[in-house]
Design a protein. Structure first.
Length: 363
């Protein structure tokens, strides 16, 4: 890993001097996400390896080029996991890409996002300098929390070298309940259940072959899960079967997603209490109402953003078809936040060579 790190630092210094854009890439599983990448390829997979792992301390430090599947397998041997269930979107996902994309899976609304589990990290900035932030304990930040700033930055602020993550024990009990409910009733129940001491972990509402259905996953102590099942009702699912369905949901391989392949797929981030919205179609709803997916024609994009903004959220063009390849992927930033983004980019990458335009076309 040291040789790979030296190579990356030298490559970035040379690119900064020449003004040559670099396209940072690990396994490429999230190439579709954000604006199309540009520049010479800088492969991070040489930055691989688990640097340290203390199961009793619930902390792992891992190279950014490490395969996400490898890390999860090591944690599973100790009965531990990444509680935010990062999506893979293919077999090549890496830990660095997981952090850079900042995407979380079905459990995000109950357990927290990627950034909430980052204790510290090391990056190479746009000057080719190795910088370290945070540490390996929770209370390690004084001032600006740069470590978590890297989550979702899509590599525009620095090349992630290694990350220290908080891990959690796997829940001792799990159950999935199925309810046939229209969207409005499902949202109402999810909001009501959210105010009760229930071991809610994940939810997914989908119009399943013409049958509107809510799937609710519970995780926690055996007694808590069993009590919740009795209180909530619904049809209890076979864990051995439904576990794979949650993985398919995480990686967008459910039939609902596959039926919409080749169309623009929008991610709607909303307050959980937001009502049913006027959308081009019934969405797939996750995160207890906080994340909703919808396919739309390219001409519907601007209206979709206005509808979501009026409900207190924002919309992202998550996967674009060929006709929308040049369309902005993320909602434009308001002036104060736009200024902060530009100043951060200038501070970390003054030559503008790291994944230029990946977040916004001119940033």
């Amino acid at each position: 890993m040291e040789e790979a790190l030296s190579h990356c630092m030298a490559r970035i210094r040379e690119a900064a001097a020449a003004g040559t854009p670099l396209r940072i890439r690990g396994g490429g599983s999230k190439d579709f996400y954000g604006q199309p990448g540009a520049g010479e390829l800088l492969d991070t997979r040489g930055l691989a390896g688990i640097r340290s792992y203390e199961p009793s301390e619930l902390v792992v430090t891992v190279g950014a080029g490490t395969a996400l599947a490898q890390l999860e397998a090591v944690l599973a041997e100790q009965g531990q996991c990444l509680a935010f269930e990062p999506p893979h979107f293919g077999g090549g996902a890496t830990v660095g890409g997981m952090v850079a994309a900042g995407l979380s899976g079905p459990a995000r609304a109950s357990t927290g996002a990627v950034r909430d589990f980052i204790l510290g990290l090391a990056i190479v900035n746009g000057r080719g300098e190795l910088l370290s932030f945070g540490g390996q304990v929770m209370k390690n930040v004084a001032g600006y929390d740069v470590s978590r700033l890297m989550a979702g930055a899509l590599g525009t602020l620095g090349l992630i070298v290694e990350v220290s993550l908080k891990v959690l024990p796997r829940a001792p009990a799990e159950a999935t309940l199925k309810f046939e409910l229209p969207q409005a009733e499902a949202l109402h129940r999810l909001n009501a259940w959210g105010g009760q001491p229930l071991p809610l972990n994940a939810s997914c509402w989908v119009d399943d072959g013409g049958v509107p259905t809510l799937y609710l996953r519970l995780r926690g102590a055996h007694a808590a899960v069993e009590a919740a099942c009795r209180a909530l009702g619904g049809e209890r699912q076979d864990n051995a079967v439904v576990a794979n369905d949650w993985l398919l949901c995480r990686d967008q391989r459910l039939p609902w997603f596959e039926d919409r392949a080749g169309r623009d797929l929008w991610r709607l981030s909303l307050p959980q209490a937001a009502p049913v919205l006027d959308l081009p179609e019934a969405p797939l709803v996750e995160w207890h109402g906080g994340q909703r997916w919808v396919a739309a024609d390219p001409a519907e994009g601007e209206r979709l953003r206005r509808v979501v903004e009026a409900a207190g959220g924002h919309a992202s063009l998550f996967r674009a078809d060929a006709a929308s390849a040049g369309a902005p992927r993320f909602q434009p930033l308001l002036p104060p936040l736009d200024r902060v983004h530009r100043e951060l980019k200038q501070a970390f990458d003054p030559a503008g060579i790291l994944n230029p335009g990946r977040l916004y076309p001119d940033l």
